[in-house]
Write a protein that binds this ligand. Structure first.
Ligand code: SIN
Length: 526
């Protein structure tokens, strides 16, 4: 395979550093993995594109799911996860998730994360498709910020872990299917440097920024997946994009998540005529799996010629609403809405990628020495539709398993570094803003929650228009990001075209049935 890079470089001309672990990404998966390795005395560098807390983790509201209540069990959590996953979860991966999850959450508490309690006991809430109240939350609806804050504090105190903010991983250095390090761009100096690691871990999160309407931070541009694909790693399940059903929809306001926990506490979804519609679509009504709620909302929007439905909390005790959802309440108040009284206008938006870099149960990718965890990875734990609040847990459980796996091998520096270079790329500057506007329009129109062969083929022809870019260097970090987004968008459209059925979050208007034949994964590599 000819190596495919974003820029020209020659490692012999570049400064280099050697670490035990090179971790790319600073959300829950990256930081918890770093701390776990750091506790073993390993030297860890964390490369992160912007500030340490620019992550999806920091924005998470609802919480983290774990079977901690006496009325709950990992078996029940297993059954719920499998049911939401629409026949595509890897059963072994889910078993690991639900069985190791409670200990990982206890670890998180030992690291300083404080979850809400009632009468001294953990206060657990419910979300869609959970049969029990098993979601831990913090400061009501600011769970992610609490977790990110605790991990950030611990990482900053840890003498074994160095965090490099404003550093963007550009490409992996892979030879004969083994990863030797990462080429990194320092956004402050504009210089490249090589970080060699006995273990390189991608924990770069998702790709929500490919969609105009999404719940993700700006950094969520799919870099890790694009980089791994360019390097020849296997990629799996990219057709499965989870759209969150309830994202604030007001003209001029940024898309802001209205947590599923709001429905968990009893809020209703109503259409523009005040009709509570979810009981007509599913026996679990507002707590049906997310993909079901999203399609129900899209049907209501079409039937009522509207662009939004509403979340109604007015029947819930106002004190409960204020106590449980202070962040949502504050944000909505900024737009003149009193959530204890006024219906909140909402619409679906892109939220989470179930697919990603294929890994085994220890986070190993198809490239030796390259690991992945968190949203960028795909151990098959979420199947075709993730159960709410399983994602933070996934980052913890599989992050730790990577360190356990790496521990079994001797971490050492090879006698001689392999050198890498690329000089075949011409100069050229793409209009990355124009590219991104086009990409988001295409993703919105053809690669949203409802897809057809015709639309997906149009999307692919849009992406192929940019193939020529592969012969030129990316001009800077924004163009690197834009190219990564093109790479990932093309993969999503291709995977979605190949899967000629509807399952979980992937709905094909031209193939509306779920087919036994398709109870399998699509795995592609370059
Ligand atoms: C939410 O709070 O609704 C998001 C939780 C999740 O995506 O797991």
């Amino acid at each position: 395979m000819t190596p495919d890079y974003l820029v020209n470089f020659d490692t012999r001309q570049l400064p280099r550093e050697h670490w035990d672990y090179v971790i790319i990404g600073s959300g829950i998966a990256g930081l918890y993995t770093a701390l776990t390795a750091g506790r073993l005395g390993k030297r860890v560098v964390v490369i992160t594109k912007r500030a340490i807390d620019d992550s999806n983790t920091d924005k998470a509201q609802g919480g983290i799911a774990a079977a901690l209540d006496t009325t709950d069990s990992p078996d029940l959590h297993f059954t719920d996860t499998l049911a939401a996953g629409a026949g595509l979860c890897d059963r072994d991966a889910v078993k690991i998730l639900v069985n190791e999850g409670p200990d990982r959450v206890r670890d998180l508490m030992d690291l300083g994360a404080r979850f809400d309690r009632k009468d001294g006991e953990l206060a657990l809430t419910r979300e869609g498709a959970h049969s029990r109240r098993r979601i831990l939350h913090a400061s009501g609806d600011a769970t992610g910020a609490e977790i990110q804050g605790a991990l950030t504090r611990r990482v900053r105190e840890d003498g074994n872990v160095l965090v490099l903010e404003n550093h963007m991983a550009v490409d992996l250095l892979v030879h004969q299917n083994a990863c030797h390090g990462v080429l990194v761009y320092n956004r402050g100096t504009g210089k490249l440097k090589v970080y060699r690691g006995a273990a390189v871990i991608i924990a770069t999160g998702g790709m929500g920024m490919l969609y105009e309407h999404n719940t993700n931070p700006e950094v969520a541009t799919g870099d890790g997946i694009a980089m791994a694909f360019r390097a020849g790693a296997e990629i799996m399940d990219m057709e499965f994009i989870q759209f969150h059903p309830t994202v604030l929809s007001l003209p001029g306001a940024p898309r802001f998540l209205i947590s599923e926990a709001v429905r968990g506490e009893g809020a209703y979804l109503i259409n523009r005529y005040g009709d509570r519609f979810m009981p007509r679509y599913h026996e679990l009504a507002e707590l049906a799996p997310r993909d079901v709620v999203v399609r129900a909302i899209l049907t209501e929007l079409a039937n009522t010629a509207s662009e939004k439905v509403f979340l109604d909390l007015s029947h819930l005790p106002p004190d409960l609403v204020r106590e449980r959802f202070p962040t949502i309440g504050r944000t909505c108040a900024g737009y003149g809405l009193d959530i204890t009284r006024d219906p909140i206008p909402v619409a679906p938006a892109a939220h989470y990628l179930m697919g990603g870099i294929k890994t085994n149960l220890n986070g190993e990718t198809s490239i030796r020495g390259l690991y992945a965890c968190g949203e960028a990875a795909c151990p098959g734990v979420h199947g075709a539709n993730r159960l709410a609040s399983n994602s933070l847990l996934d980052g913890l459980v599989f992050g730790r398993r990577i360190v356990e796996c790496v521990k079994k091998y001797r971490l050492g520096r090879p006698e001689k570094d392999l050198e890498f270079s690329c000089s075949r790329l011409g100069r050229g500057q793409a209009d990355h803003q124009g590219m991104l506007a086009g990409l988001r329009a295409v993703m919105n129109q053809y690669v949203g929650p409802v897809r057809t062969a015709q639309g997906l083929t149009r999307a692919l022809s849009f992406f192929s228009r940019y193939d020529y870019l592969k012969k030129t260097e990316a001009a800077g970090p924004l163009e690197m990001e834009a190219r990564n987004m093109l790479e990932v968008g093309g993969l999503i459209a291709l995977f979605a075209l190949i899967r000629t059925e509807s399952r979980g979050s992937h709905y094909r208007l031209d193939f509306p049935e779920t087919l036994d034949y398709w109870r399998k994964h699509i795995i592609l590599k370059k």
